[in-house]
Design a protein around this ligand. Structure first.
Ligand SMILES: Cc1cc2nc3c(=O)[nH]c(=O)nc-3n(C[C@H](O)[C@H](O)[C@H](O)COP(=O)(O)O)c2cc1C
Length: 191
Protein backbone atom coordinates (compact mmCIF):
# COMPACT_ATOMS: atom_id res chain seq x y z
CA UNK A 1 0.00 0.00 0.00
CA UNK A 2 1.30 3.47 -0.86
CA UNK A 3 1.97 5.25 2.42
CA UNK A 4 3.51 8.73 2.44
CA UNK A 5 3.60 8.74 6.28
CA UNK A 6 5.99 5.79 6.15
CA UNK A 7 8.22 7.63 3.70
CA UNK A 8 8.00 10.77 5.84
CA UNK A 9 9.10 8.83 8.91
CA UNK A 10 12.04 7.27 7.02
CA UNK A 11 13.30 10.65 5.88
CA UNK A 12 12.60 12.28 9.25
CA UNK A 13 14.56 9.59 11.06
CA UNK A 14 17.45 10.00 8.64
CA UNK A 15 17.35 13.77 9.23
CA UNK A 16 17.30 13.24 13.01
CA UNK A 17 20.62 11.40 12.68
CA UNK A 18 22.36 13.20 9.82
CA UNK A 19 20.99 16.74 9.60
CA UNK A 20 23.40 19.23 11.13
CA UNK A 21 20.64 21.48 12.49
CA UNK A 22 17.26 21.10 14.16
CA UNK A 23 15.47 18.56 11.96
CA UNK A 24 12.12 19.31 13.69
CA UNK A 25 11.99 22.89 12.36
CA UNK A 26 9.72 23.59 9.41
CA UNK A 27 8.33 26.61 7.62
CA UNK A 28 4.61 26.95 8.29
CA UNK A 29 2.48 28.71 5.71
CA UNK A 30 -0.81 30.42 6.53
CA UNK A 31 -2.92 32.76 4.44
CA UNK A 32 -4.56 36.00 5.54
CA UNK A 33 -7.95 37.21 4.35
CA UNK A 34 -6.34 39.12 1.43
CA UNK A 35 -4.83 35.84 0.15
CA UNK A 36 -1.43 37.06 1.28
CA UNK A 37 0.68 34.03 2.27
CA UNK A 38 2.74 34.27 5.47
CA UNK A 39 5.51 31.90 6.52
CA UNK A 40 7.51 31.43 9.70
CA UNK A 41 9.42 28.62 11.38
CA UNK A 42 7.84 26.38 14.01
CA UNK A 43 8.82 23.03 15.53
CA UNK A 44 7.21 19.68 14.85
CA UNK A 45 6.34 18.18 18.24
CA UNK A 46 4.22 15.15 17.45
CA UNK A 47 3.72 12.77 14.55
CA UNK A 48 0.28 11.16 14.74
CA UNK A 49 -1.20 8.49 12.49
CA UNK A 50 -3.17 11.15 10.66
CA UNK A 51 -1.20 14.34 11.05
CA UNK A 52 1.58 16.55 12.32
CA UNK A 53 1.40 18.73 15.42
CA UNK A 54 3.01 22.03 16.38
CA UNK A 55 2.15 24.25 19.33
CA UNK A 56 1.43 27.93 19.35
CA UNK A 57 -0.56 30.87 20.67
CA UNK A 58 -3.95 30.83 18.96
CA UNK A 59 -4.18 34.62 19.27
CA UNK A 60 -0.96 35.14 17.33
CA UNK A 61 -0.96 36.24 13.71
CA UNK A 62 -0.79 32.62 12.51
CA UNK A 63 -3.50 31.70 15.02
CA UNK A 64 -5.77 34.39 13.64
CA UNK A 65 -5.14 33.26 10.07
CA UNK A 66 -5.98 29.73 11.14
CA UNK A 67 -9.31 30.89 12.62
CA UNK A 68 -10.43 32.08 9.17
CA UNK A 69 -8.62 29.58 6.96
CA UNK A 70 -7.81 26.03 8.02
CA UNK A 71 -5.57 25.39 5.01
CA UNK A 72 -1.94 25.19 6.14
CA UNK A 73 1.33 24.27 4.47
CA UNK A 74 4.60 22.90 5.79
CA UNK A 75 8.10 22.77 4.35
CA UNK A 76 11.15 21.02 5.81
CA UNK A 77 14.58 21.56 4.28
CA UNK A 78 17.56 19.52 5.44
CA UNK A 79 20.41 21.01 3.46
CA UNK A 80 23.29 18.65 4.20
CA UNK A 81 21.23 15.61 3.29
CA UNK A 82 19.86 17.37 0.19
CA UNK A 83 16.19 16.83 0.96
CA UNK A 84 13.01 18.86 1.13
CA UNK A 85 9.52 17.74 2.14
CA UNK A 86 6.47 19.87 1.34
CA UNK A 87 3.06 19.15 2.80
CA UNK A 88 -0.35 20.71 2.19
CA UNK A 89 -3.07 20.02 4.70
CA UNK A 90 -5.96 21.11 6.85
CA UNK A 91 -5.49 22.23 10.43
CA UNK A 92 -7.55 21.42 13.49
CA UNK A 93 -7.12 22.16 17.19
CA UNK A 94 -5.52 19.31 19.07
CA UNK A 95 -7.70 17.92 21.85
CA UNK A 96 -7.15 19.72 25.14
CA UNK A 97 -5.84 16.68 26.99
CA UNK A 98 -2.95 16.27 24.54
CA UNK A 99 -2.18 20.00 24.67
CA UNK A 100 -2.28 19.90 28.50
CA UNK A 101 0.13 16.97 28.51
CA UNK A 102 2.58 18.69 26.25
CA UNK A 103 2.29 22.02 28.09
CA UNK A 104 2.99 20.36 31.43
CA UNK A 105 6.15 18.73 29.98
CA UNK A 106 7.64 22.13 29.05
CA UNK A 107 10.22 23.91 31.21
CA UNK A 108 8.64 26.26 33.75
CA UNK A 109 10.24 29.28 32.04
CA UNK A 110 8.49 28.39 28.78
CA UNK A 111 5.19 27.97 30.62
CA UNK A 112 5.56 31.43 32.17
CA UNK A 113 6.49 32.77 28.73
CA UNK A 114 3.27 31.41 27.25
CA UNK A 115 1.31 33.48 29.80
CA UNK A 116 3.47 36.59 29.56
CA UNK A 117 3.74 36.83 25.77
CA UNK A 118 0.71 38.02 23.86
CA UNK A 119 2.36 36.59 20.76
CA UNK A 120 2.49 38.89 17.69
CA UNK A 121 0.97 41.89 19.56
CA UNK A 122 2.92 45.14 19.75
CA UNK A 123 4.80 45.82 22.99
CA UNK A 124 6.16 49.18 24.14
CA UNK A 125 9.46 47.78 25.32
CA UNK A 126 11.27 44.64 26.40
CA UNK A 127 10.77 45.94 29.94
CA UNK A 128 7.01 45.60 29.55
CA UNK A 129 7.58 41.92 28.74
CA UNK A 130 10.03 41.41 31.62
CA UNK A 131 7.51 42.98 34.00
CA UNK A 132 4.82 40.60 32.78
CA UNK A 133 7.15 37.65 33.28
CA UNK A 134 7.77 38.81 36.86
CA UNK A 135 4.03 39.20 37.38
CA UNK A 136 3.29 35.61 36.30
CA UNK A 137 6.29 34.19 38.20
CA UNK A 138 4.77 35.72 41.34
CA UNK A 139 1.24 34.67 40.47
CA UNK A 140 2.21 31.01 39.94
CA UNK A 141 4.79 30.83 42.74
CA UNK A 142 4.77 27.38 44.34
CA UNK A 143 1.92 26.13 42.11
CA UNK A 144 1.82 24.19 38.90
CA UNK A 145 1.14 26.37 35.88
CA UNK A 146 -2.03 25.68 33.91
CA UNK A 147 -2.07 25.86 30.13
CA UNK A 148 -3.44 29.19 28.89
CA UNK A 149 -6.68 28.56 27.01
CA UNK A 150 -5.26 30.35 23.95
CA UNK A 151 -2.15 28.14 23.81
CA UNK A 152 -2.66 24.87 21.99
CA UNK A 153 -1.47 22.28 19.54
CA UNK A 154 -2.60 22.46 15.94
CA UNK A 155 -2.75 19.24 13.98
CA UNK A 156 -2.14 19.39 10.25
CA UNK A 157 -3.77 16.54 8.38
CA UNK A 158 -2.04 16.22 5.00
CA UNK A 159 -3.82 16.13 1.67
CA UNK A 160 -0.57 16.20 -0.32
CA UNK A 161 3.13 15.42 0.26
CA UNK A 162 6.09 16.11 -1.98
CA UNK A 163 9.46 14.47 -1.36
CA UNK A 164 12.33 16.25 -3.11
CA UNK A 165 15.83 14.90 -3.34
CA UNK A 166 18.65 16.82 -4.93
CA UNK A 167 20.09 15.31 -8.10
CA UNK A 168 23.18 16.02 -10.14
CA UNK A 169 22.89 18.91 -12.66
CA UNK A 170 19.52 19.85 -11.11
CA UNK A 171 17.93 16.60 -12.22
CA UNK A 172 16.24 16.37 -8.86
CA UNK A 173 13.82 13.67 -7.86
CA UNK A 174 10.29 14.80 -6.95
CA UNK A 175 7.64 12.37 -5.72
CA UNK A 176 4.20 13.75 -5.08
CA UNK A 177 1.62 11.84 -3.04
CA UNK A 178 -1.97 12.98 -3.38
CA UNK A 179 -5.39 11.59 -2.50
CA UNK A 180 -7.49 10.01 -5.21
CA UNK A 181 -10.85 8.71 -3.95
CA UNK A 182 -9.39 8.64 -0.42
CA UNK A 183 -6.40 6.54 -1.46
CA UNK A 184 -2.86 7.79 -1.58
CA UNK A 185 -1.51 7.85 -5.13
CA UNK A 186 1.97 8.78 -6.27
CA UNK A 187 3.26 10.60 -9.31
CA UNK A 188 6.67 11.85 -10.29
CA UNK A 189 7.25 15.48 -11.17
CA UNK A 190 9.79 17.02 -13.48
CA UNK A 191 12.40 18.94 -11.48
C1 LIG B 1 13.56 27.57 14.67
C2 LIG B 1 12.32 28.28 15.16
C3 LIG B 1 11.33 27.53 15.79
C4 LIG B 1 10.16 28.15 16.23
N1 LIG B 1 9.17 27.37 16.79
C5 LIG B 1 7.98 27.94 17.10
C6 LIG B 1 6.89 27.12 17.53
O1 LIG B 1 6.98 25.88 17.63
N2 LIG B 1 5.72 27.73 17.83
C7 LIG B 1 5.56 29.09 17.71
O2 LIG B 1 4.47 29.59 18.00
N3 LIG B 1 6.56 29.88 17.29
C8 LIG B 1 7.78 29.34 16.97
N4 LIG B 1 8.79 30.13 16.50
C9 LIG B 1 8.56 31.59 16.33
C10 LIG B 1 7.81 31.82 14.99
O3 LIG B 1 8.69 31.68 13.89
C11 LIG B 1 7.14 33.21 14.94
O4 LIG B 1 8.08 34.22 15.17
C12 LIG B 1 6.02 33.34 16.00
O5 LIG B 1 5.31 32.13 16.16
C13 LIG B 1 5.05 34.46 15.61
O6 LIG B 1 4.54 34.18 14.34
P1 LIG B 1 3.17 34.87 13.81
O7 LIG B 1 3.27 36.34 14.19
O8 LIG B 1 3.15 34.66 12.35
O9 LIG B 1 2.03 34.18 14.53
C14 LIG B 1 9.99 29.55 16.07
C15 LIG B 1 11.01 30.29 15.45
C16 LIG B 1 12.15 29.67 15.01
C17 LIG B 1 13.21 30.50 14.32
Amino acid sequence: MIDPYKKFKNWYTKASIEFNGDHTAFALGTCDNNSQPHIRMVLLKKILNDGFVFFTNLNSKKGNHFKINKKLSMCFYWENINRQIRILGNGSILDSEQSDNYFSSRPRGSQIGAWASKQSKEIKSRKELRDKIKYYEKKFKNTSIPRPIYWSGIKIKPIEFEFWKQGEFRIHSREQYFLKKNNWTVRFLSP
